[in-house]
Design a protein around this ligand. Structure first.
Ligand SMILES: Cc1ncc(COP(=O)(O)O)c(C=O)c1O
Length: 397
């Protein structure tokens, strides 16, 4: 992880970021590493869109989605809060001049040393979904605020999370609150995640209705219930879908949480960063497969300088659907061939896609992949000695 105070060079553009121009200026054909083009203004635009469509919900950016320090700094300056899952994420965010009350330690299972770090730096809000974590907090961080994470899953989501986190909202959540009461700990709110890349419109309404019941139960126990956390799950590049989800969230909040004294937060990850990064890869090798009887070109196999062990891990872990764009001029009349894209490592699993139609490209040609900002860079490894992509930052003047 980079030092959060490290300032990288920012390139400025007018009106629209022109990827072709960036490629030409950066002389990419000469480089052997892939390049991530990071548009910081895209992150800013998403923040303003969020504020306009979800004015009652304070976004706490889920750092796990892309822990690029420049992105964290942009969001910190705009006034976002942060969802951190570990000591290192806390360090990164605190190092970006974010005060501890703008952080939620949103990992219901934390090592003791990470809790100690949170306590030392005044990060008091943290999620919890099981009794063992409650006993751990009782022993190691009894003054923290417990935010009970319950389960309420979308019927359709790119990455469901409910098999790992969240207690049952009806029975278990109330039992945890009773246990916290008996141990004289403070429960101050609820948290949920409907699933990352949520496609079901009614999912947030269901989750917020469940939170209302838990708030009522908490108030019966005399807890000061003041934080409603509706989690992540918001779309990364489909703003129309976001608009519909936001409408549903606003209606549900007005219905179940009209009280202005309850602080409402969310933990969007992919929403802010998915469309901010475009990955440019170079074809460093290719193989042509011909039909044995006709000798005609049938399939082309391309070997790129980034793959499944790098940014494209998102295909395995995030079930991402990849879009590829080539940068040849006027290719309308060129025949298209079945094209397979492979990453650079020696593993046959390192295949990016096997169902593209592309003109017959050459070694040295570049292929661009938009929407590569979410759950890509932080997971990438330099397996087999191949570097993870370099980064260039851009911002509108
Ligand atoms: C606790 C928590 N909050 C927020 C997020 C971010 O979710 P998304 O990128 O879908 O907004 C995740 C993703 O895994 C998560 O586990």
């Amino acid at each position: 992880m980079c030092d959060s105070r490290q300032q990288q060079k920012i390139n400025y553009y007018e009106q629209r970021l022109n990827i072709r121009q960036v490629i030409e200026d950066a002389n990419l054909q000469e480089l052997d590493e892939a390049l991530n083009i990071c548009d910081l203004s895209s992150v800013e635009r998403k923040f303003h869109l969020w504020q306009r469509l979800l004015p009652r919900v304070h976004p706490f950016y889920a750092v796990k989605c892309n822990d690029d320090p420049m992105i964290v700094q942009v969001l910190a300056k705009l006034g976002a809060g942060f969802d951190c899952a570990s000591k290192n994420e806390l360090k990164l965010v605190l190092g970006s001049a974010v005060t501890p009350e703008r952080i939620i330690f949103a990992n219901p299972c934390r090592p003791v040393s990470h809790l100690a770090y949170a306590e030392k730096h005044g990060v008091t809000n943290g999620t919890v979904d099981n009794e063992f974590e409650i006993y751990k907090l009782y022993k190691h961080y009894p003054s923290s605020n417990l935010i009970v994470r319950y389960k309420s899953e979308a019927k359709e989501a790119q990455c469901p999370l409910g098999d790992k986190f969240g207690c049952d909202a009806d029975g278990d959540a109330t039992a945890l609150m009773l246990l916290a009461k008996a141990l004289e700990l403070n429960v101050t709110g609820t948290s949920v995640h409907v699933g990352s890349g949520c496609s079901e419109l009614g999912a947030y309404n269901r989750a917020i209705r469940k939170a209302k019941h838990l708030f009522q139960f908490g108030e019966l126990l005399d807890f000061d219930m003041n934080l409603l956390d509706i989690g992540g799950g918001f779309p990364g590049s489909d703003d129309e879908k976001f608009e519909k989800i936001a409408e549903d969230v606003n209606k549900s909040l007005d219905r179940y949480f009209p009280d202005e004294n309850v602080e409402i937060i969310a933990e969007p990850g992919r929403f802010f960063v998915a469309s901010a990064l475009t990955l440019i890869c170079k074809i460093h090798a290719k193989r042509e497969v011909r039909n044995p009887s006709t000798g005609k070109l049938d399939t082309v196999m391309y070997y790129l300088n980034d793959g499944i062990y790098g940014s494209f891990n998102c295909i395995l872990y995030d079930h991402q659907v990849i879009i590829a764009e080539h940068y040849l001029n006027s290719t309308e009349d060129l025949p298209q061939f079945k094209s397979l894209l492979f990453g650079p490592t020696c593993d046959a699993l390192d295949m990016i896609t096997d169902n593209l139609q592309l003109p017959n490209l050459n070694r040295g040609d570049l292929i661009g992949f938009p929407n590569m900002g979410a759950y890509t860079v932080p997971v990438a490894s330099p397996f087999n000695g191949f570097e993870v992509p370099k980064r260039m930052y851009f911002q509108a003047i």
